[in-house]
Structures are given as C-alpha cells and as structure tokens.
Design a protein around this ligand. Structure first.
Ligand code: ADP
Length: 198
C-alpha cells in the first residue's frame, strides 16, 4: 500500500488531478474537507477550539462560526495555532482511512492538501506530488470557480507557500499551464507511474 500526497497552491489544479485519479480507481482523502467536517463532528476538537478561540467559535445551532474563526485566526495572526489544533486530528483521520482502504485490499491512497509541506516532507507519505501553475492562470480559474474577486485570490495566494521553492520535497511535479485536457492526460500518466503493479 502506498500513500501519495498531492499538493499545490489554490487554483493550481490539484483537485482536478485527484478527480482524475478517482476515476482511475484511487481513494482520495481531501484533507481540507475532512478538517471542516471534524471541526463540527468531533467533540474533543470542538472543545479545544472553544478553549482557544472562545465560546463564539460555534453558533447556537452547533455549526461552526466561520466569521468568528476567520476574525480570530486569520485577522489576528493565529492561523498556526488553529492548524496546530486541527491538523493532528486530520492526521489521525487519514491514518484510520488508510487502514480501512488497506483492509479493503486496495494498494493506494491519496491525501490532497494545500498544507502538506509546511513542516517539510511528511513522514507518513511515500510519494509527494506538487501541482504547479502560473499565478495568472490560477487567479483566472479561481475567479471563475468560486465567483470571488482577483484581489481576494491574490491575497490567498500570498498567504500560501511558494511551491516553486518546495520542489526538492516532491517526487513528481505536474505543470498545469495548458488546457484542462492536457492536465487530465498528465494526471493519468502519473497515476500509471505511481500505482503499484501487483
Ligand atoms: P485546486 O484544487 O488546486 O484549487 P482545481 O483543480 O479546483 O484547483 O482547479 C481550479 C479550477 O480551474 C477548476 O474549476 C478546474 O476545473 C479549472 N482548471 C484547472 N486546470 C485547468 C486548465 N488547465 N485549464 C482550464 N481550467 C482549469
């Protein structure tokens, strides 16, 4: 069983690569989605977040008060603290999912995450893939995908690592500056390379 991490900046095309791999049979663990789910469903995590960011972290109906958390974590420079609380839970969930997938007899699992290389290369992954794309392409795509302004995308890009500087941590790089079809072909070619042959 091999564990593959796929990362890249916002709009680079990493979810598209993962969707292609899913079509080819891969199980993909979308770390950001899982983090959002666990922040609501996991009582111990809810408690830790409430202790750190105050009772306003959750609304009366139990849902996450995103506006409050954005204010506390992003505007007050406490993102690292937030990550330090949430990421261990996501790591445990990935471990559990990997065990389930292995028990089903599958030989590959993928973790898709924007924050994958912030502490160097993760010890629990066998293969790391970075999806790279020029920022003008990324901005255009995210404006179209999410209906946000160019400035908003630019701000989010500036908060992310410069993946060009992290290539030494990756086994493979996919450059996505061509068409969507070209990206899908590159994704499928890479899948054939990394999938164990047994
Ligand atoms: P990420 O997961 O890295 O944020 P996505 O895979 O969601 O990026 O891609 C962002 C958007 O851009 C999606 O709507 C996707 O369909 C589109 N997209 C990705 N690559 C290309 C490309 N080469 N040409 C055109 N559209 C693309």
């Amino acid at each position: 069983m091999i564990k593959v991490g796929i990362t890249g900046g916002i709009g680079s095309g990493k979810s598209t690569v993962c969707k292609e791999w899913e079509k080819l049979g891969a199980v993909v663990f979308y770390a950001d989605d899982v983090a959002r789910e666990l922040m609501v469903s996991e009582p111990a995590l809810r408690q830790k977040l409430t202790d750190a960011f105050g009772p306003k972290t959750y609304k009366a109906d139990g849902s996450l008060n995103k506006a409050h958390l954005i204010e506390e974590a992003f505007k007050k420079g406490r993102v690292q603290e937030l990550n330090a609380i949430v990421h261990p839970e996501v790591g445990r969930a990935f471990q559990k999912k990997s065990e389930e997938v292995a028990d089903e007899g599958k030989n590959l699992i993928v973790k898709e995450a924007a924050l994958l290389l912030n502490k160097g290369r993760p010890y629990d992954l066998d293969v790391v893939v970075i999806v790279l794309s020029e920022s003008k392409n990324r901005i255009n795509r995210v404006v179209q995908r999410d209906g946000v302004t160019r400035e908003e995308v630019q701000t989010r890009i500036e908060k992310q690592p410069d993946f060009d500087q992290l290539l030494h941590l990756a086994d493979y790089t996919i450059v996505n500056n061509g068409s969507l079809d070209q990206l899908k072909i590159k994704a499928s070619e890479l899948y054939q390379k990394v999938i164990p042959s047994d």
